[in-house]
Structure formats: C-alpha cells, structure tokens
Design a protein around this ligand. Sequence first.
Ligand code: IPD
Ligand code: CA
Ligand code: CA
Length: 264
Amino acid sequence: MTEKDIVEHLQVAISAANRAGAFVLEAEKQGNHAIYQKQANDFVTETDKLSEDLIISIIREHFPSDAIFGEETGSSGTLENGRWIIDPIDGTTNFFRSLPDYSISIAWEMDPFKPLVGVVFNPRQNELFWASKGGGAFLNGKPIQVSQLKDSSHALIVCVPPHRHHKLAVPYFENMYRIFLETSDLRSYGSCALELSYIAAGRIDGYYELCLGYYDMAAGICILEEAGGSFAPADPLVPFSDSRCDLVATNGLIQDWLFHMVQE
Ligand code: IPD
Ligand code: CA
Ligand code: CA
C-alpha cells in the first residue's frame, strides 16, 4: 500500500460522500420518509438504503473487488485490498426529524480498526471533514486541529445515553454524572461521526458512548487522530469489534482524565 493508494481511496471517498450527501439532502427536502425500526430506538429509512447503494456503486466503479462493510447491506468483497466502512446516514433520527446534524461517513482501512482514510460530510451545513493517515485533517479544505484545552473543568463533553441498551443506563449515567460535575457542560448532537469531527475541529473536547457500531465511528476516528486527538475502548478488556465499540475520545490532552473517569 502506497501513498498513492491512500490518495486514490481518499478521492473516491470524498466524491462518494459529496454525491450521497446531495442525494440525502434532496430526499430530506422531499419529506415523507418511509421509516422502519430495526430494533428498539434504531431506525432506517429508504433514503439510508439508497444512499448506501449509491456509495457502494461509486466505490465499485473504482475498486471492483475491495471488501465493503456497510451498515445497511453488511459485508461483501475480499479483504486482500483492505475494506471500506460505510454509514450512509449517521444520525438517521436527526435526518427524518429535520434536525441538522446528520452525516455521510466513509472510511477505508487495510488493517482492522486502523482507518487510513476518513470522510464525514454534513450536507445540511455543507461541512466536509476528511483525513488520511499522515496527511492531516481538513474541514472544507482548511487544516483542523483539536482544542488545546488541558483543564477538564473547562471541557465540553459529548453525552450519549445508551438509548438502545437501557440496562447500561445506570453505569453510564453514574460515570456521566461524575464527568458532568468536573467539566464545563455536556452536549449531544446525534451523529457519532460528526461528534468525532467536532472534537477534531476543536469545537468540543471529549466524548463517551457505549455500544456504537464500527461504521458509526470509523471515519471519525481517522479524522480525530489526524487532528491530534486520541481515542480508546472505554473498557481496556473489551476491544473494538464491528458490532460493538465502547468509545472514549478526546482532544488527547484530557484523554487520560476521561478514560480514568469511566473506569468505575
Ligand atoms: C447513530 C448515531 C448516534 C449514536 C448511535 C448511532 P445511526 O447512528 O451515530 O449519534 O448515538 O449510537 O447508532 O443509527 O443514526 O446511523
Ligand atoms: Ca450511525
Ligand atoms: Ca446509519
């Protein structure tokens, strides 16, 4: 795998995110979404599925046999040339409730859970975040960097209760209550990919969520790392998997502190 491979994959990811973003934005304007429930508090619309089909067709034009792991269509292709990880709309509930924080999220990696390319596009705000390994992180073409905040008492932290796993609510809120008491304030945007990108851009400082899918965060962690941030499994004994990621992510400077706060 060469620098050129990474650039080629990045270009295709950007083009697919732009085209899917335009498609999803137009669908939002049309309204009348067919909404299906996958499990408790987990929704998919026809537009999610069509967005994923569109992204896959664009990837396949350039890389016909690469492995692809998409939220709505699962896994296909051979792993030899790496794999693409797609969330066709991250923040589906925001999308069908006409809230502005949703995104298209596309990553590419050679080794599992080490994304080399990450692209997150919010078509409502026209914000395109991207990064490639060793190439830096960007928002609409301008380099971005995490906040330089070291003092957790001034930090803004993303709080996302385990809305699909209510039995985890007590430990989550106990941890978050202690975090809340030691920080400036909490935020919640409803799109993991955007929340990671917002930390990368220095807008917020930390994030703690349980039970993410890898497609929620693959592109975002690449962007975050390239902007100087850090991330880790919330429980060191439970590594990331495709179906479950418990995540602590920060600007790097408060990573040890936030990681420590969620160990009880
Ligand atoms: C969801 C969003 C949300 C997060 C959920 C995800 P979806 O993705 O990222 O912010 O809290 O855990 O599943 O279902 O809208 O693609
Ligand atoms: Ca998602
Ligand atoms: Ca999704």
